[in-house]
Design a protein around this ligand. Structure first.
Ligand SMILES: NC(=O)c1ccc[n+]([C@@H]2O[C@H](COP(=O)([O-])OP(=O)(O)OC[C@H]3O[C@@H](n4cnc5c(N)ncnc54)[C@H](OP(=O)(O)O)[C@@H]3O)[C@@H](O)[C@H]2O)c1
Length: 295
């Protein structure tokens, strides 16, 4: 699996696999198998979050694999109902307990602001959260810090005030929702963009079924999903697809035997932006709370 030998370099000089494995809980339920399979196939970078309720399964799968902990990159996130200085420290301790680990490799703020209300204090809350996260790095509980769903105006607030820079910003990115301004701002500030839902969550109205993708899939003898992933990777974006079937888990690594042309990348970048999944950092943040029973 050549894809697993490809890495991006982060602004602290460390490296990260170009492809990780998403663990958003919708299809996983209590099923450990997709994570077990991903580890068996060779994935070592895993994305989870306190919200997903998959931290404990990820921790269990890593432990039972017998592979040393330090070979994995484990990324988790603080949800907005956990944020603030004290809240963040407590949230990370809960995540570590569920993972059964004593550190995480990358800790992200999941969303920059709270859903619904005008949320006038978001800048202050983000900075308090970041201050706690920086102390968690000093305490050895976290290796690197990052962000998720931070648009340029949210990211600037952190960059202007941080001691430790974020290494990544996880954004919804796939053909039909390219967020070019956010990606350009990340790159200009040496923050590597990472695509969440890089396959448009498999929705018919998202990326699949698009004529440009269909044509490119035929040309390269690849699936539409593989074209999606290659497009993002060639744009310098980390991808974290989730898959439950072993065939998909494997197929998402078969990406090194072809390359899109510059013209094709431009075509995909300029597709109508109609594939947005419907969550927006300033307006439509998912109205979910962390589950107090997820301990
Ligand atoms: N930061 C955030 O706010 C945020 C938000 C959403 C997601 N995320 C992260 O991003 C990860 C990925 O996003 P996602 O889970 O929403 O969706 P996704 O990865 O875009 O799509 C997952 C869907 O694609 C299918 N699939 C995977 N590989 C395929 C292939 N090779 N061919 C055909 N179908 C394939 C899967 O089917 P099968 O299951 O049948 O294999 C599943 O239905 C999440 O798991 C989570 O870790 C972060």
């Amino acid at each position: 699996m050549e894809m697993l030998k490809e890495f991006f370099t982060l602004n602290d000089g460390s490296t990260i696999p170009k492809i990780g494995f998403g663990t958003y809980h919708e299809q996983f339920g209590n099923n450990l198998d997709p994570i077990r399979t991903a580890i068996k196939v060779g994935y070592r970078f895993f994305d989870t979050a306190s919200l997903y309720e998959t931290e404990k399964y990820l921790g269990q799968a890593v432990k039972e694999s017998g592979i040393p902990r330090e070979e994995f990159i484990i990324e988790t996130k603080v949800w907005y109902d956990e944020m603030g200085y004290e809240g963040t420290k407590a949230a990370l301790d809960r995540s570590l307990r569920r993972l059964g680990m004593d550190y995480v490799d990358i800790y992200l703020i999941h969303w920059p602001r709270v859903t619904g209300a005008p949320d006038e204090n978001w800048k202050e809350r983000d900075l308090e959260t970041w201050r706690a996260m920086e102390e968690l790095v000093q305490a050895g509980k976290v290796r690197r810090l990052g962000l998720s769903n931070f648009l340029p105006h949210h990211l600037k607030n952190i960059l202007d005030n941080c001691t430790i820079k974020p290494v990544v910003d996880q954004l919804e990115l796939h053909p039909g929702y390219s967020q070019e301004a956010a990606v350009a701002y990340c790159k200009a500030n040496d923050v590597v963009p990472m695509a969440w839902s890089p396959l448009g969550r498999g929705r018919e109205n998202a990326t699949i079924g698009n004529a440009v993708l269909v044509r490119l899939a035929e040309k390269y003898g690849k699936s539409i999903q593989q074209i999606n992933l290659k497009f993002l990777l060639q744009k310098g974006i980390i991808v974290i697809p989730k898959a439950t079937s072993e065939a998909h888990i494997r197929a998402n690594l078969e990406l090194t035997d072809f390359a899109l042309t510059e013209e094709e990348i431009s075509m995909l970048s300029c597709m109508p932006q109609t594939a947005w999944l419907g969550e927006h950092p300033d307006f439509y943040i998912p109205d979910k709370q962390t589950n107090p029973d997820n301990i």
